[in-house]
Design a protein around this ligand. Sequence first.
Ligand code: UDP
Length: 321
Amino acid sequence: MKKLLLAGGAGFIGSHLVDRLLKRNDLDMLVVVDSLWTGRAENIDHIRDQRLVLVRSEVENFKSDFQFDEIFHLASPASPPVYMREPERTVSANLIGAMRLLKLLKKGGRICFASSSEVYGNPLVNPLPETYRGSVDCTGPRSSYDEGKRCTEALLFESNRVRGVDVRVARIFNVYGPRTRADDGRAVSNFIANALSGKPIVVHGDGLQTRSWGYVDDIVDGLERLFWLENFNHVGAVNVGNDREISVLEIAQYVAGLIPGTTIVHDEPAPQDPTNRRPDLTLCRRILPGWSCKVPYEEGLVRTLRWFEAKGEIGEMRATM
Ligand code: UDP
């Protein structure tokens, strides 16, 4: 029986992965380490499973008396306004966090890392294959996240090359869905939160910039398959995302259409906002045959909206406005 560690397990994607991990019957312990910086304990409150232990700690400072068979590193903010406010903490959670986690990995163990499409920066090719080395400004406002992810990838792949560590790296494209914080700051949650509280949706720039929006269940399915896979002999990161590319404005208009009376306004473009982002999924489809994003945004946005409504958090926000 295995001991597993999930850093960032109270977060948006991490908490969905906790649900999946606990369906496995080959573990006797799942330790979730989370600083609750952007994660929330309530994301895993519903779980009644004695194998689950939640430790509130920065991943960099986490201490353990024993080592783990499998480690999942999802401890990082992913919302641009959040990581742009706290760049040092963002680099530290990713990179120093990974250094700490490597020390806690058993010999012969596996480490899985949630990297990001942000490693490609503002891309000059479309779609993006893993072989594209990126167009990142290391002096730019998004650099703590982009370069934090890039350097963490470097550390992990070097650990594979030098010591043979089993390394799995998913480059995750835009994700949305239940358990996003209303104050997360990303497009979908902002649009829904604004519309539900009677405020206009704010689109940065003309809104013609595109993203490939993946519904969280589909993305976590992909992560589960990649991270659990036995006999994995690929060295390198794997794109995990939706390859249906949609403009920000189209998403805004769709959300506005779901909540009558919602208006859309435009403000300044966000600094160094990538103009497009779509994964090339050739490698992913080869490694994970049968996997794809199945939930179209038209359905995923409705499900996300229903979740926000059921939670009632936005109603509370409205009441305090
Ligand atoms: N965006 C927007 N209004 C918002 C939040 C985001 O127009 O309230 C835009 C943002 O400028 C970007 C896209 O939506 O072009 C996706 O932003 P998000 O923060 O969700 O993720 P990113 O892909 O930038 O990491």
